[in-house]
Design a protein around this ligand. Sequence first.
Ligand SMILES: Nc1nc2c(c(=O)[nH]1)N[C@H]1C(S)=C(S)[C@@H](COP(=O)(O)O)O[C@H]1N2
Ligand SMILES: [Mo]
Length: 233
Amino acid sequence: MSHPKPASDEGAPLGRRAVLGLLGLGAVGVVTGSSVQNGLSQMLASIQMRDPTGLTSQIPLGDTWRYYSVTGAVEPRTRADYSLRISGLVDQPASYSFADLEGLPQTEFDDTFQCVTGWSVPDVPWRGVRVADLLEAAAPTDDAVGVRYKSFDGTYTVNMTLEQARADDVLVVLAMYDAPVTHDHGGPARIYSGSMYGYKSTKWLSEIEVTANNAPGYWEDRGYPLDGFIEDE
Ligand SMILES: Nc1nc2c(c(=O)[nH]1)N[C@H]1C(S)=C(S)[C@@H](COP(=O)(O)O)O[C@H]1N2
Ligand SMILES: [Mo]
């Protein structure tokens, strides 16, 4: 494995005692099977885990999701209330409702979700609108260099170069597993970038701002690589 080591953890506080308790339950999961593991995964979601010790990544959950939020609880938003702004250095700023996004051409593929801390979930079915299509409609100006993805959690940001954002595997995700993106997974709409580590996939997406630079976002400010491409092992 050649994952870069994160400088920090990926969520809101979870104490050492809780971590050790989960490790005990994780051992039960190994013996009794996947329903216990799914339950554990849900429990981790509900406590918005933080992993200052690195111990939680040792819990033997297998290829299951961990749900991350650097802000703790996020106020859920319905699809009816949802909107996505395309702003910044563009000739055609726009605001898309969820229905607007559903009306655009959809791209679907199965691809692995991989967190930089080492866990991954294989063959996830994704469906959504290519960021490239939204950028083309917005018409970035000549001085545009990057995009900044913002979240309605009010804190999380990530960016890519304009060129990276135009890749075929970068989506505004409207469905995972042929179902609406759940709140825990960053619904109504999140980013997925197939070639990049999970931290590039902003959850609770609210805005794509086209910018004059490629400035570091939340995790890049805390030590994750600016270009988040997944390294071969
Ligand atoms: N808004 C927001 N988006 C986020 C994060 C976050 O904390 N807040 N964590 C990132 C990281 S590090 C990972 S690995 C994935 C986790 O996605 P999941 O919670 O659907 O498993 O979300 C990414 N997007
Ligand atoms: Mo991550």
